[in-house]
Design a protein around this ligand. Structure first.
Ligand SMILES: [Zn+2]
Length: 212
């Protein structure tokens, strides 16, 4: 699991060796190679011809690990546009043979995973007796991880362009909007600036709102 998380932490503008989270300089840097698939998808170059190098930085203070090379907004879009769509899957399987059509489909669509995650979230909300009127799942795919039991306005903020589930409104912009409850799962490891995403979510919460 730890390995997978590290492999996903592929992003950034120049960070000058400072920790992206706690800004500590107490970091250790190691040579790293960008995944061949990611390199081709973003830069259109094959790593067997041109290798784009980076470093894996590990913060000794907070434990966060990330790649020094961070993607800009345009590069992030190139990677996540039609995320897990047909062309994404085909290209990825070309570089990573295990990434089959079936495997691709299973991600985010497994009944078991959905029920586990929604149950967990329901428990948290019920324990705290929260009255949620508007909920946002930031980077929430089709909105399948929002429990059906929540009787509130439901939104996802999603850049992939995927069609949301019935009853869910997909947003590409959140200008002027606020929510009582914002959830954000399996997202921070995919973005260039995780701290900025947390601060953005905070800015879109009503006073006393919950971010999880
Ligand atoms: Zn740190």
């Amino acid at each position: 699991m730890k390995k997978l998380v590290l492999l996903l932490l592929l992003f950034a503008v120049n960070v000058n060796g400072k920790c992206l989270i706690c800004e500590s300089n107490n970091v250790e840097s190691k040579y790293a190679h960008i995944a061949d698939f990611v390199q081709f998808r973003i830069y259109g170059t094959d790593s067997s011809i041109v290798e784009i190098k980076t470093s894996l930085i590990h913060c000794k203070d907070c434990g966060f690990a990330f790649y020094k090379k961070r993607f800009n907004e345009d590069e992030e879009r190139k990677l996540y546009d039609d995320y897990r769509g047909e062309s994404y899957q085909k290209l990825r399987q070309k570089y990573e043979t295990w990434y089959t059509k079936e495997f691709n489909y299973s991600l985010g669509n497994s009944e078991y995973e959905i029920s586990l995650r929604t149950k967990h979230l329901l428990n948290i909300v019920r324990k705290r007796n929260l009255d949620i009127k508007s909920l946002l799942d930031f980077g929430g795919d089709k909105g399948q991880f929002i429990p059906d039991e929540f009787n509130c306005k439901k939104y996802v903020y999603e850049i992939s362009g995927i069609k949301p589930k019935e009853g869910i409104i997909s947003l590409q912009k959140m200008d002027g909007m606020v929510f009582d409850f914002i959830m954000c799962a399996h997202v921070l490891e995919h973005v260039s600036d995780p701290k900025a995403v947390v601060l953005t979510c905070k800015a879109h919460l009503v006073g006393g709102g919950i971010y999880i």
